[in-house]
Design a protein around this ligand. Structure first.
Ligand SMILES: Cc1ncc(COP(=O)(O)O)c(C=O)c1O
Length: 459
């Protein structure tokens, strides 16, 4: 079970001592606006000073329940003592010696641990990166390079988020602003609908399974039948649960069907577990819920408890780029790897997968119980501690409650819960996997109370 290491009492959290944003937070936000390019959209002015497991403290002394984990990164919580100790120990030995030119044992240690947890059978190979987008870029090169450019097309899903550099941005299609003004994109990327059960792109009357079948049929009949011969497609990139797109969980039949389709045409399946991986859904990797083996898995975010590290793991037979064709300077940084070894140990030894399932079920049930009573709550979905609560203005029309979402997030922040959004109007719940039930309960009480208030006041 998760253990509590931090010098604060769960009973004292959340604690708002100064109305946020307090004076110190305001000062920092102002300086930030005058120094930093504001190309990102922050939800509210939370200025962190330090973290304690699933709790963050701001610069004015307020304590918040962390219901986002620094965007699904701090799966083992903030400043876990084992991670801190491992970082210190490695920093005293050496902090860099490029793995693409030299060797170190820590790399082998971590790579063998990764090999043992990824849901791909047989012989595997690992490549290290620095971020999610770089893992996707690498996977794109591996997939195309594997076919020596005989299969120039790749496929991705509408609603997907795979990153913001040129290759990954070309695969991304979750919000137009992420692509607006940056054309031309990488060519030969085909986007197809994703089976979003609550808003099936093929019509309202379809069941979840029918929606999954409709997407597979569309790829086969319309894309392969009318536009691109499947022998020219190297890979299909997918998120097992769309993250940025709104925490969308596809139906049970979808990935088994996609695997069959890919196998029929010799296409590689690239599973983007950057957000859903590393225990987030109560399994090491989210695709395990569908019992499907991808060919390549891209990961980053939670892999090293906040240190910049990513990895690509795939079948040895496809991870075959020739010498000199792909490398980087910082990938597999030793300090990040030392933290990464502890992340895997902590998740296993503290049984955080079980905690993610247990607390996740509780959180989901609480929101489902409110669904019939509160007009604003349109859909509740998720696996483990990757839970989406979609807000709609009206249950019948399912009109996105965009402004209402902003208010819910802001008010939750003011009351001590740091939770953010995804998609157009979905509350994105992703606390550290070691969150105690008591804190999850308090956070859910606050969010539900805020939703009810926003629901009443809009009428
Ligand atoms: C599924 C997924 N893929 C890729 C990325 C890109 O990762 P990074 O921000 O580390 O480049 C993200 C980031 O949110 C993501 O959620």
């Amino acid at each position: 079970m998760p253990r509590w290491y931090w010098p604060i009492d769960v009973k004292d959290v959340p604690k708002i001592v100064v109305e946020p944003p307090g004076p110190k937070a305001q000062e920092i936000v102002k300086a930030d606006e005058s120094l930093v390019m504001q190309s990102f959209g922050r939800w509210y002015p939370l200025v962190i000073r330090r973290g304690y497991g699933p709790v963050v403290e701001d610069v004015d002394g307020n304590l918040y329940i962390d219901f986002n984990s620094g965007i699904a990164v701090m799966n083992v919580g903030h400043s876990h003592p084992r991670v801190v100790e491992a970082i210190k120990r490695q920093a005293e030995l050496f902090t860099h010696y490029s793995m693409t030119d030299f060797y170190y044992e820590l790399l082998i240690r971590h790579a063998s641990m990764l090999r043992d947890i990824v849901p791909i059978g047989g012989d595997k190979r690992v490549f290290y990166t620095n971020s999610g987008t770089e893992s996707i870029e690498g996977a794109l090169k591996i997939a195309r390079g594997h076919f020596r450019n005989q299969r120039p097309y790749v496929m991705a899903f509408l609603g997907a988020f795979h990153g913001r550099t040129y290759g990954s941005m070309a695969l991304t299609a979750s919000k137009p602003i992420q692509r607006f003004g940056f054309n031309p994109m990488l060519p030969n990327v085909i986007h197809v609908p994703y089976p979003y059960p609550y808003r099936c792109p093929f019509g309202r009357g379809l069941s979840e399974e029918e929606c999954g079948e409709a997407v597979l049929g569309y790829i086969e009949d319309w894309v392969f039948g009318k536009m691109v011969d499947p022998s020219e497609v190297s890979a299909i990139f997918f998120e097992p649960i769309q993250g940025e797109g709104g925490y969308v969980v596809p139906p049970r039949n979808f990935f088994p069907g996609l695997r069959k389709l890919a196998d029929r045409y010799g296409i590689l399946l690239v599973d983007d577990e950057v957000q859903a991986g590393f225990g987030r859904t109560g399994r090491w990797f989210a695709i395990e819920h569908w019992g499907v083996e991808p060919d390549i898995i891209a990961m980053a975010k939670a892999i090293a408890a906040g240190l910049p590290l990513g990895a690509i793991v795939g079948r040895a037979s496809v991870m075959d780029l020739p010498r000199g064709s792909h490398a980087n300077t910082f990938g597999g940084n030793p300090v990040a790897l030392a933290a990464g070894v502890e992340v895997i140990n902590i998740i296993a030894e503290e049984d955080l997968l079980t905690n993610a399932q247990r607390v996740g079920e509780y959180i989901k049930r609480r929101f489902i119980e409110e669904m019939d009573k509160v007009e604003l709550i349109g859909d509740v979905r998720g696996l483990g501690l990757m839970i989406g609560v979609e807000l709609v203005k009206d249950k019948k029309t399912k009109e996105y409650a965009v402004k209402e979402l902003e208010r819910v997030l802001y008010e939750s922040f003011r009351r001590g819960v740091a939770v953010i959004g995804a998609g157009k109007s979905t509350i994105r719940i992703a606390p550290p996997l070691n969150i105690p039930m008591e804190l999850a309960e308090k956070a859910v009480d606050i969010i539900i109370d805020v939703i009810k208030r926003v629901d009443r006041e809009r009428k």
